[in-house]
Structure formats: structure tokens, C-alpha cells
Design a protein around this ligand. Structure first.
Ligand SMILES: Cc1ncc(COP(=O)(O)O)c(C=O)c1O
Length: 393
């Protein structure tokens, strides 16, 4: 089901492609025939759009197991969701426990809050697979700890973290639990109640299969009480009041929403129901296993991470002896139209733990629901050919 046969897209961890056809149709229909803003007017097109936005919130909340009646805040990407969660809840003197597996969209806001607002940060290490030890998280908790901020699945090794155990720690110590679900939502089960998650941040454009420019943040009532909006402005409500309403969720979405994006996300969320998560996960695991087994058999290739399809999402990173990762990615694209991401993947600390930080990082292959076994076979074959040929002199 590859839309462009000459292109093999294996960069779904950056953003998923292709999207389900219904997503393109929904965005196109909205742009051409509707085009109305939401929550600002009483005419029918606008109220129809408002109803679709409400349905998107409800479906996204259901997908993450949120209790009935809870909804999500729309953002423009995973980074904005994480920034809202971190800047919106942390205050001077607070302490945060995070991990070496995090993406820069957690590490950088925390560094900024440390430098500008005196927020204290402890980064617990990860092992050679990128996994975090819950005991290390427990040992880092202090009386002034306000939050544990953890990635659910690594964007470098695919490693699925023990977030349920970490969530129990957060609950027992009464600290907020923020989970970065950028690489897990849409790929593996995410249940905010079972894992005691207070804040869940995710893009809408990766595993959820929505358009770029979409993201979500879920908050429990406790987290919401601390949450402050990062921007003020029009919400379509309380217009007589110059004080910005901190009302959940609209108060956190000042200004016009990215309606085409949200409408596209709605189509994606409907699509995700059929085939359901089990079927998608089965397909993802088959492709992951094929990548791991195929690469492991090639001389000069090191496969990073758990190397176990059931312990990771569809992200497999490798190094190839004597090759610079950027060079490999460029050659794969030039010779075979295979599109992958190389380098540090905005996650420098995990690359340090893997020993790849000072070697230019790694070459990452990340699958989506529309990738085929044949595409994976061609990617593995292309790496085998590069290994056999050796780097250009
Ligand atoms: C683990 C992780 N967190 C956060 C992000 C940021 O998401 P976005 O690109 O939607 O801002 C990414 C993006 O690659 C990611 O992999």
C-alpha cells in the first residue's frame, strides 16, 4: 500500500507517512468546502466544526483510557505539549526526575527552567538498550520532587520503558507523572489510569497518523490545577474579561485552532479503530523482527537497543563499521529511494549511553502501518550491499 513505489519511507518516528486516505479527504473537504473557525460563531458550518472538534477530543481521550468526561488540549506538536506540561506546572525550587533516554523536547525545556527559574533536575541513567531502571528513579526522588518526566518508548532504540512501575512510584510519592508518548501512542497500549499518568504529551502526526501541526496534552484534574497557559488571548468565551480564563481545555488553546489538522486527526482516530491496535502491533512486530534479524546477520552492523521486537516499538537503529551514519542515509536515498534518519535524533544523552554520540550517532529505520515486508527486505539488502562494498575511498 505504498503510495509512491519508488520511495521507501522508513522515517515514521519523525512523522508518519502515508496517512490513511480518509485523512487527506477530510482535510481537503474541510479546506475547500467548510473553512470555518471553531467555537467563535453560531452559524451552522462553525457549529458543525465545533462538534467535530469535540468528537476528536473525546476519541483521543478514549484512546488513552482517560476517565469519562476528561478531554485533551490540542497543541501544534509533541514539543508544544511537553513545553506546556513542563513550563505550565513547574515553579522555582521544584525538583524533577527525568532520564537519559529523553528527547530534547524534554531535556531542553528542563535545562531552560533550571537556568532561568531554579528548577532542579536529576537525570537518571539508561542502560545500553536505552532502558530506565525504576529503582534508579525511586532513588532520585526527594522531598521537593514535584514531577517525574519520562519517555514511554525511545525514539532511538525503540525500547519500551516500564512506565507502569514508574507511575506507581509517582503515585506513592504524590508527584506528577508526565509521560512523553511521542513514539508509543498509536503503536502500543497507552492507559493513563492504569499507569497513574497525570500528564500525557503526544504528537498527532506520528503514530496517531494525523497531519503535521497537531498534538495533544492530557491532564488529570490535579495536574490541571497547577497548569498555567503559556499564551493568553481569544478563547471565544468570557470575551468581556481582560483576565485570561484558565479554563480547561479552551484556556490552553488561545487563538484559532489548527482546524484542518484537528479534522485530519479525527479521520485518523476513526481509521485507527479498524484495523485495531492488536493488528497494527502484530504487523509492527513482524517488521521490527525482520529488521533486527536481517541487520544482525550483516558483517559490520551493530543493532542498538533491546533487539527484541516485543520489547520495542517499530524503531531499529544501527551503526555500520567504517561508515558515517549521515553518509549511509544519503546513499540509501540516492541509490534506493530509502528514506531514514541518521545522526543523534535530538536525543544526545541516550547516544552517549549507547556509545554512539561521538561517532555521528546511528542510522534509524522506523516503520509505520503501511510499510511492507518487501520494503524492509530492500532496506536490509541495501545495508548488506553497502557493507560488502565498503565505504567509498
Ligand atoms: C520521543 C519524542 N518526544 C518528542 C518529540 C517531539 O515531537 P514533535 O516532533 O511532534 O514536536 C519527538 C519527535 O521526534 C520524539 O521522538
Amino acid at each position: 500500500m505504498n503510495a509512491t513505489p519508488s520511495r521507501i519511507y522508513l522515517d515514521n518516528a519523525a512523522t508518519s507517512w502515508p496517512k490513511p486516505p480518509a485523512v487527506y479527504d477530510a482535510v481537503d473537504h474541510y479546506q475547500r468546502h467548510v473553512g470555518a473557525a471553531a467555537g467563535r460563531s453560531a452559524y451552522r458550518d462553525s457549529t458543525d466544526v465545533a462538534a467535530q472538534i469535540a468528537e476528536t477530543r473525546r476519541r483521543a481521550a478514549e484512546l488513552i483510557g482517560a476517565p469519562r468526561g476528561r478531554s485533551v488540549i490540542f497543541t501544534c506538536n509533541g514539543t508544544e505539549s511537553l513545553n506546556l506540561a513542563l513550563h505550565g506546572t513547574l515553579r522555582p525550587g521544584d525538583h524533577v526526575v527525568t532520564s537519559a533516554s529523553e528527547h530534547n523536547s524534554v531535556l531542553r525545556p528542563l535545562r531552560y527552567l533550571h537556568d532561568t527559574a531554579g528548577v532542579q533536575v536529576t537525570v537518571v541513567p539508561c542502560d545500553h538498550r536505552g532502558l530506565i531502571d525504576p529503582d534508579a528513579v525511586a532513588a532520585a526522588i526527594r522531598p521537593e520532587t514535584r514531577m517525574i518526566a519520562m519517555i514511554h518508548a525511545s525514539n532511538v532504540t525503540g525500547a519500551i520503558q516500564p512506565i507502569r512501575e514508574i507511575g506507581c512510584l509517582a503515585r506513592d510519592h504524590e508527584v506528577l507523572f508526565l509521560v512523553d508518548a511521542a513514539q508509543s501512542l498509536g503503536h502500543i497500549p497507552v492507559d493513563v489510569q492504569a499507569c497513574h499518568i497525570d500528564l500525557l504529551a503526544a504528537p498527532g502526526h506520528k503514530g496517531l497518523l494525523g497531519p503535521l501541526g497537531t498534538g495533544i496534552l492530557y491532564a488529570t484534574p490535579e495536574a490541571e490545577q497547577r497548569l498555567r497557559p503559556l499564551r493568553q488571548g481569544g478563547t471565544g468565551t468570557n470575551s468581556e474579561n481582560e483576565i485570561h480564563p484558565c479554563v480547561y481545555p479552551d484556556g490552553f488553546e488561545a487563538g484559532n485552532l489548527n482546524v484542518p489538522g484537528v479534522i485530519g486527526m479525527l479521520a485518523a482516530l476513526r481509521f485507527l479503530e479498524h484495523p485495531g491496535l492488536d493488528a497494527r502491533r502484530k504487523h509492527e512486530q513482524e517488521l521490527t523482527r525482520q529488521l533486527i534479524d536481517g541487520f544482525s546477520a550483516i558483517r559490520g552492523v551493530t543493532v542498538l537497543g533491546p533487539r527484541e521486537a516485543s520489547s520495542q516499538v517499530g524503531v531499529v537503529s544501527i551503526t555500520l563499521d567504517d561508515y558515517d551514519p549521515q553518509e549511509v542515509a544519503a546513499m540509501l536515498d540516492a541509490t534506493e529511494g530509502i528514506q531514514v534518519r541518521s545522526g543523534l535524533h535530538c536525543a544526545p544523552r541516550i547516544h552517549a549511553a549507547l556509545g554512539t554520540r561521538d561517532r555521528g550517532g546511528a542510522i534509524r529505520f522506523s516503520t509505520g502501518p503501511f510499510n511492507t515486508s518487501d520494503e524492509v527486505h530492500r532496506a536490509v539488502h541495501a545495508i548488506a550491499e553497502l557493507s560488502a562494498a565498503g565505504p567509498p575511498s
